[in-house]
Design a protein around this ligand. Structure first.
Ligand code: DON
Length: 305
């Protein structure tokens, strides 16, 4: 397996040249464009890695399915889906356009920024510190990594420059959809996006989703089976934003991307996959990471369709 993964990395590293690291969050400019790494964790807890697999990067939008799971468990699906839709938007991840034209003014889905901000606003806790604590514990349990922490530089960088997200959140509040304090919600959202992970952390979260929300190592249920199904379905329909349709055809694995360069894949009843390649395409997905996912899907016959 490790040889297969190494060949996949070697064959696809060339594609890192065709994209660029994210620059709209200034701190993300520091990433090394040619990095490419993968980790696979299977249902027997075998761990296979290749490429730049030790590198840490911020989770960014890969966090969105995880906070969705927490918000669903905190509020139930009726409440959550009264505030966020279930349909792909067909627009870029940071698009504002449809917020005003759709009635009621709820974001199309929980994977675009506007939807994810709404989801973060629904995480329960006595105060923001308590909400952060609950959120971090959920990420730690799902990844099996007690040491997960926030990259303070990326968090500050995004907090200082995240005006587009701020605009969406204030709009949602003006419509009465978002009811919490906007700056508190955004602070939590920026922290959520700045959690530092490795491909192994993503593969572990992926395998626990593949296991219907039961922690493979401890046997403990971390999320309801129904919640894990909802989350994986969104990963298929919206996980790669306005590239989700093409990706479903070429890869066929429920996946979520982030502008830090991460992709998390979950192959039901088989394995979790973490990929890192910070060179992005114009839609904000890892350009070589998608190629790696195509290769592994083809070589191991992993498409769910
Ligand atoms: O809110 C943002 O713009 C970032 N923190 C996350 C966006 C992201 O990862 C989009 N993914 N491809």
């Amino acid at each position: 397996m490790e040889q297969i993964l190494q060949k996949i990395i070697d064959d696809n590293r060339q594609y890192t040249e065709y994209g660029n690291v994210a620059t709209y969050i200034p701190e993300l400019r520091k990433a090394s464009k040619n990095d490419l790494g993968i980790c696979v964790v299977d249902m027997d807890n075998n761990i296979y890695e290749a490429g730049n697999c030790g590198k840490k990067f911020t989770i960014q939008s890969v966090s969105k399915p995880i906070t969705l799971a927490l918000a669903l468990m905190d509020n139930g699906k009726d409440k959550v889906f009264s505030k966020v839709g279930m349909e792909p938007s067909g627009d870029p991840f940071n698009s504002i356009m449809k917020l005003e034209t759709s009635k009621p003014s709820i974001p199309y889905n929980p994977m675009i920024n506007a939807g994810a901000i709404m989801i973060t606003s629904m995480i329960k806790g006595k105060n923001n510190a308590d909400k952060l604590n609950r959120m971090m514990n959920f990420f730690k349990n799902l990844s099996g990594n007690e040491n997960l922490s926030i990259n303070e530089e990326v968090y500050m960088s995004e907090k200082l420059t995240g005006d587009r997200n701020r605009a969406m959140a204030y709009f949602l509040r003006s419509e009465g959809v978002l009811t919490e304090n906007v700056e508190d919600v955004l602070d939590l959202y920026f922290k959520q996006c700045s959690i530092e992970v490795t491909v192994r952390d993503l593969a572990r979260i992926g395998v626990n989703l593949a296991y219907q929300g039961v922690d493979m190592l401890t046997g403990k249920r971390l999320m309801d089976e129904e919640v894990s199904k909802i989350v994986k379905t969104f990963m298929v329909t919206c996980g790669m934003y306005d590239a989700s349709g093409e990706y479903a055809i070429s890869v066929g694995i429920p996946s979520k991307s982030g502008v830090g360069g991460g992709i998390m894949g979950t192959v039901p009843s088989k394995m979790g996959i973490g990929v890192f390649g910070p060179s992005l395409d114009e839609k904000g997905n890892s350009i070589a990471g998608i190629k790696v996912m195509e290769s592994i899907s083809e070589k191991l016959n992993l498409s769910i369709f």
